[in-house]
Design a protein around this ligand. Sequence first.
Ligand SMILES: [Zn+2]
Length: 300
Amino acid sequence: MDAIEEEVNRTGFRLWAPGFGLQALASIFAFADEFGKVDTVPAFFCTLRGSGSLRFDRMIGLGIAAGAALVSVGYQSMAPTGSWFGQAFHGLPRGSKQIALTFDDGPNDPYTLNLLDVLSKHDIRATFFLIGRYVRHRPQIVQEIAKRGHVVGNHTFTHPLLIFQSGSAIRQQILQCRDAIREAVGEHSNLFRPPWGGRRPAVFQIVRQLGLEPAMWNVTGYDWNASSADYIEKKVRDKIRGGSVILLHDGSHAAFGADRSKTVRAVDRLIERYKAEGLDFVTVPDMMRRNQGVIPNAAS
Ligand SMILES: [Zn+2]
C-alpha cells in the first residue's frame, strides 16, 4: 500500500498530494462511494480543486474528458448500487424483514474470531469476503468461519482496485483467492465482491465467466476509520431498512492485525437492536434465494 492509498483510508480523498496520479484519481471515486455514499457534489468540487495537479495525459487514456463525466463515471465505477457497469445483487426491496451482515478484508487476528463469538452468541449467520493472501496466512480462521456455518466469499488475492487492472490480472486475482479458500475450506460460495466496490464493465463479465456472482451492498458502516463503536452503529442505523446488505470489516486490506474491536462491539449492539425489532439476520445467499430465484451455491 502506498502513501496516497493510506491517505484515502484516513480522509477519504486527497487531491493536492504531490505525485498525484491514477491512485489518487481512484480516490475521488472512492470518496463517492465506499468512502461516502452518493456525494457527487463534494466529489465534483474536489475534482475542480485538484485539477491543477491532475495528470491529464493519463486521464485522456481513461477516456474521461469533463469533470462532470468523470464524477459520474467514477461514481458508477465504485457505487455499490450503481448499474452502468453491470447489474449486481445489493439487497432486497424495501419492506423485506431480512438483513445481511457482510464482513470484508479478513481473515484477521483476533477480530474475526471475536466477531464469530458475537455471531454465535446471537445465533446468526453472516457472509465474509476474504482476501486470499490473508487466507493463506491464517487458514485456521477461515476454517472456523466455515465451521460455524457462515458463508465465505472471494474478495481477490491482494485487494487491488480492479478498475485499473488488466483482464488477465483480474482473472488471476480472483482465481488465486479462490484457490486459497479452496485449500483452506474446500468448496465454498460463488460470491465475489470487488475491492472498494470498484469495477469497469469487464470486471463483472470476468467474474461471471469464472462462475462467480458479484455481491455488493447498500448500507455502509464506515468502520475502517471510525472513532468509536457508536459511530459505526449510527452510520448503519441511519441507512438500515429491511432488505439491507450491510458492509462492515473484520480486517483491513492495508495490514493483517488491524484493530476491528469497534466493529465487533457495534455488531453486537446492532444485532440486539434489530433482532428485537423483528428483523431476521441471514447470509447473502439466503437473501439471493428470495430475490428473483437467483440461487448461488451456498457454503457447505
Ligand atoms: Zn475490501
